[in-house]
Design a protein around this ligand. Sequence first.
Ligand code: BES
Ligand code: MN
Ligand code: ZN
Length: 498
Amino acid sequence: MQFNSVVDPKVRGKTACAVVGIYESADLGAAARQLDSQVQGAISRLCAAGDFAAKLGDTLLLVGVAGSPAERILLVGLGARTAFRRKQYRKAVQAAAASLAKTGATDATVHLSQESLPDLDVQTRSRIVAELFCAQAYRIPDLKTPPKPKPSRLTKVQTVLTDARSPKAATAGLAIGEALGNGMAFARDLANLPPNVCTPRYLAARAQGLAKDWPSIHAKIHDEEAIKALKMGAFLAVTQGSEEPPRLIVCEYRGGRKNAPPVVLVGKGITFDSGGISLKDPPAMDEMKFDMSGAATVLGTLRAVAQLKLRLNLVVIVAACENMPSGRAVKPSDIVTTLSGQTVEILNTDAEGRLVLCDALTFCRRFDPATVIDVATLTGACVVALGNHMSGLMSNDEALARELLAAGQRADDRAWHMPIGEEYADQLKSNFADIANVGGREGGACTAAAFLSKFTKDLSWAHLDIAGTAWLSGTQKGSTGRPVPLLLDFLVNRARAK
Ligand code: BES
Ligand code: MN
Ligand code: ZN
């Protein structure tokens, strides 16, 4: 998909489809009014006749309208004019993208960002167009046999500005939206693939693919021998029951000053979480192929950062393995020594995410990071607490937490601040080791984060629990690509601030 923007206050450009907004009660939006005069009032007559109610997200395609510079006109309902804000704008753009995908149009000119939107700057309006059109074009890498539905023909999308002062902001917004769309598609592909395809070795190969495609990225893959040599005892305990070898994936992107401390993103890469000896119930087990969504999103974010050539240094670390039961698997009550030297009593082998992450978090200290953010489908408790609307955010640094919350808001990919602290850490006490890997049912998302905080002392660190936000279940089953939008917005702002 290609994006560009033009300044065309008179709506005169030739296009396969002009997308214009209409408010309820036959109240034409800015571009619709312009177009209406060129088509001798055809649009206002149609609305007055009650043929288009213009409820938010309604669409109506008009073809071959006399006098129109566009081959097609797509009317998009914007709902009540007084209620038209950010959320409604997103819904309208989304509806336009979905409708256009069902037409034969190969290009389209979207006029929706010309509406009055006090809470949205031009850059964000443009970003949202590119983001949502990319998301609409996304197809699950399915393994279904042919015949397959034809992909949409739409390849070019133009946004229109009336104000000649804003092209720069529009272009920047479209670039961010497109990079975001590509990064999300990359992440969604990885998460949607079945676990017999998307193994730790496959994740490593895709990381190496990124390094090949983007000269600014360097990848280093550590195999099981190397992980043993590093003494990542907790990570090794999780992988030891599996036939599939683990990988520690390290990607470095250098876009900032040579010695500027990097942001480090750490992703949980459990390519299948059976629970291990603490085996999960069968009904929800298939969804545990998504347990590498943290890994997928940090790699997708890295791709977007490279595409945007952001001026900062970024390191992405993925601890990838399976969690399987076997005669060699780790057992409840086993005690292991983590890379940090702290010992952990593994009371529940299904609390494996924190075990691979704690070693990855210790490992990341060698990069002398400015900031560390781990991203993980860590707890079912977080899904109970926040549903699939918001990611859980825990941090030992208030300023960093605020920065991430703000990024989530701007990116329409929100997180909610949740607590960690001594109360929660106390739940992890063990009679036999420094800490246990579980702290009981109560506050499960918080005790998991408190566990990780034992390994991030003196670091500026945040944890995103994306167990609820990374994918949808039911008929909608599939990866959402979240929280790539939040992370990318955070990094875009960091790069700008420095
Ligand atoms: N990958 C799961 C968390 C999860 C559960 C993600 C449901 C998405 C949906 C994680 O490894 C896990 O099993 N966590 C346990 C922790 C418990 C044993 C303390 C959980 O949440 O039940
Ligand atoms: Mn688990
Ligand atoms: Zn898991």
